[in-house]
Design a protein around this ligand. Structure first.
Ligand SMILES: [Cu+2]
Length: 127
């Protein structure tokens, strides 16, 4: 039993450290590389995320990107979600994300490229 608790606290610690890192995720499909990053670890309040789309090592600037954050229904709290459409700034897409409350938020990034393909990145953050 003692070792179980030890393992459990190590897991919590590992999870906490993982969540303290900024977001950095990539997906590669149909020759496109889509990369989602955050300036720093996500916090309550405002956050900035960037989406970089490249093909053959060249920036793709005619894609559409949007991100959805959602939290499943919990005791005493309804399902919540919000979306942000990315704005092209230079050669990457900027997302402004504002969290009104802490907890575990799941997200889904969707990028539509000019060939009509959708590129998705999913994940979750714990605030
Ligand atoms: Cu909630």
């Amino acid at each position: 039993m003692k070792s179980f608790f030890k393992l459990f606290s190590i897991l919590i610690l590992a999870f906490g450290i993982a969540n303290a890192d900024p977001i950095s995720q990539s997906v590669n499909k149909n020759g496109y590389d889509v990369n989602l990053t955050s300036e720093k670890s996500l916090v309550m309040g405002s956050n900035v995320l960037y989406v970089k789309v490249t093909k053959d090592n060249k920036s793709v600037t005619d894609a559409k990107a949007k991100i959805k954050f959602f939290m499943p229904k919990m005791p005493g709290m309804p399902y919540m979600e919000f979306e942000d459409k990315a704005k092209l700034v230079g050669d990457k897409y900027k997302l402004d994300v504002n969290f009104s409350m802490g907890g575990t938020w799941q997200y889904q990034l969707k990028v539509k490229t000019s060939d009509g393909k959708i590129h998705k990145i999913r994940g979750s953050v714990n605030l």
